[in-house]
Design a protein around this ligand. Structure first.
Ligand SMILES: Nc1nc2c(ncn2[C@@H]2O[C@H](COP(=O)(O)OP(=O)(O)O)[C@@H](O)[C@H]2O)c(=O)[nH]1
Ligand SMILES: [Mg+2]
Length: 547
């Protein structure tokens, strides 16, 4: 699979050079570099005190990470192999370099995450990758949200750590699994602290977990039972990680980008072939028509944008809020129960309920409206002159074709970062838009809880929750959701324009290249045309393998 992706990008790179498509050639080079630099991440996730840090320590073979850390202080620790050992502490754009010893004593308050560069043989053996010790999913909710959003959908596999003494996959772990399934598809399980049970008991727990995990995932999930004292702990974790299909993760990260670049190349080559036989004056006309098409498309997009504005504020935002409200009402009993155990628990419960729904609802409704938007752009009314009408129509049709192809790719893989098909491939992932809303929830909930006042009786509490708290959450959230959805929409419209223009620019480059060749009195022989046809056929065959 990965081999095909690499082969495709190589072929595209070769063709963009052969046909002197400079812009596309640069784009392909950037993509190649991104692919070469890609590092798979293995995230150790699980509840607070499950034994994540201890297992990572046992795996790399030093007591690097603090064990028994307080949940509030937990930030992600990334670990990468390096001969020279040092640590980078990252806060926003700022990176502070530390020695290992200093890092071990560091107060992590204010930092987003740490990167430990460690000379460890088992880590080296894994090849290019990063191990991440994540904050527990039931540790401070802000840390958890941040950590989830930092890594979701960036090419990860999960090692879910479950304390053997838990005995099974408890509900909160099940919910968590259901959520991460939406971001990334690969999960394995390490049952930890098995030294605290008899071998027989540990085996029973492992079987239990195997069965439950198979139900939750609808497929067999690799499970290993170990402990930080296990002689074979390194071996077992290496083997667990080895069960993850790295190629598949790689392809899910890059196939659509490669496909899209390949398709743009195909478009440019077709223009090239079709214009081989034009005479010199016709090129100028064609090039002018392409310039005009760009300007006309910009105008058409800004005309249609107004409609999209009202569609988003009138339909998309209410639909998202409706879903959020429904799910909160459905979980009213759980909300009441968590309320009775304290403010912190309540905040966490609200977050855990809202987060996945915000993601899926936003994905669904935004995508729907956007498809309609693309479909509504029409060529041939007013502004377009005949030549530019062709060029604009062609570019638009290409975008729709790529969209449709990429939908096939998206269907098999419902990850949130793959939401917007071609137009949004280069946009920030959806999580970037949603994260700020959740910060709001965390901040305002304590205020809201004052609404509860001194009510203590269960039924009265439920009334308060359904009649006052949930509507208050919705009211508070709505303007935030509206603001980010509108921003998302603006970004998408801009991106559409950028992509349409890029396609037209590529075609123009083709035209200019042929004109230059003609001026140098090179003949547009039949064999030339055959050659281009061959290249096109090979390209299409190659990129179709990616879908
Ligand atoms: N007996 C035993 N204790 C462990 C094991 N793994 C972790 N612990 C202890 O359990 C506590 C929590 O472990 P830690 O790795 O910090 O959990 P984390 O919050 O998931 O990172 C610490 O006191 C560890 O020393 C294990 O395999 N066996
Ligand atoms: Mg820890």
């Amino acid at each position: 699979m990965k081999a095909e992706t690499m082969e495709a990008v190589k072929l595209i790179g070769g063709l963009t050079e052969k046909y002197e498509l400079r812009t596309l050639s640069q784009k392909t080079e950037t993509l190649k570099k991104e692919m070469n630099d890609f590092r798979m991440k293995f995230l150790f996730v699980g509840g607070f005190s499950a034994g994540k840090s201890a297992l990572v320590n046992a795996f790399i073979g030093t007591e690097l990470l603090e064990e028994g850390q307080r949940p509030e202080t937990a930030i992600p620790s990334e670990i990468v192999y390096s001969e020279e050992e040092y640590v980078e502490a990252v806060a926003g754009d700022m990176v502070r370099r530390l020695t290992i010893d200093d890092a071990m004593d560091l107060d992590t308050e204010g930092y987003d995450y740490l990167v430990w560069h460690i000379d460890s043989a088992p880590l080296k053996e894994l090849g290019e990758c990063t191990i991440v010790d994540m904050p527990g999913f039931n540790s401070g909710i802000e840390n958890h949200n941040k950590a989830i959003f930092r890594y979701a959908g960036t090419g990860n596999a999960y090692i879910l750590v479950i304390d053997c003494e838990e005995g099974s996959i408890k509900k909160n772990i099940g919910d968590f699994i259901n959520e991460i399934k939406n971001y990334d598809n690969n999960i394995t399980i390490a049952v930890s602290k098995c030294d605290l049970r008899t071998e027989e008991d540990a085996e029973t727990v492992k079987k239990n977990i195997l069965n439950t995990a198979a139900l939750l995932f609808g497929k067999e999930v690799p499970v290993t039972a170990t402990s930080k004292f296990d002689e074979k702990v390194q071996e077992k974790i290496t083997s667990l990680i080895g069960k993850i299909d790295r190629d598949e993760v790689f392809c899910s990260m890059f196939n659509r980008k490669v496909y899209e670049t390949g398709y743009s190349c195909y478009d440019a080559l077709e223009t090239y072939r079709d214009s081989l036989e034009l005479d010199v004056s016709e090129y100028d006309e064609q090039i002018r028509a392409h310039e005009e098409a760009k300007a006309s498309l910009t105008e058409e997009l800004s005309r249609k944008k107004a409609r999209l504005d009202s569609e988003f504020s009138g339909k998309v935002v209410p639909a998202i809020m409706g879903d959020v409200s429904n799910v909160l009402h459905q979980n009213a009993d759980a909300l009441v129960a968590s309320l009775r155990t304290g403010e912190k628990n309540f905040t966490m419960t609200v977050n855990n309920i809202i987060r996945p729904v915000l993601m899926s609802a936003t994905k669904e409704y935004v995508e729907e409206s956007f498809d309609e938007f693309i479909g509504s752009i029409s060529i041939g009314e007013g502004e377009f002159s005949k030549g530019s009408e062709n060029a604009a129509g062609n570019a638009l049709q290409r975008i729709v074709e790529i969209n449709n192809k990429l939908s096939i790719l998206t269907k098999n893989n419902e990850n949130y970062d793959k939401v917007y098909k071609t137009v949004t491939t280069s946009l920030a992932v959806l999580t970037g838009y949603i994260a700020p809303w959740l910060e709001i929830v965390v901040i305002f909930l304590p205020d809201l809880l004052k609404l509860i006042g001194s009510v203590n009786q269960k039924n009265a509490m439920k009334d308060k929750v359904t009649q006052e708290i949930i509507p208050a959450i919705i009211n508070k959230l709505e303007p935030e959701v509206e603001a980010s959805v509108m921003k998302m929409k603006d970004d998408m419209v801009n991106e559409t324009e950028v992509q349409l223009h890029a396609l037209i620019d590529n075609e123009m480059e083709s035209l200019e290249n042929i004109r230059a060749a003609k001026e140098n009195a090179e003949s547009a022989s039949a064999s030339r045309k055959e050659d281009v046809d061959k290249d096109i056929a090979a390209l299409i065959e190659c990129i179709n393998k990616l879908i």
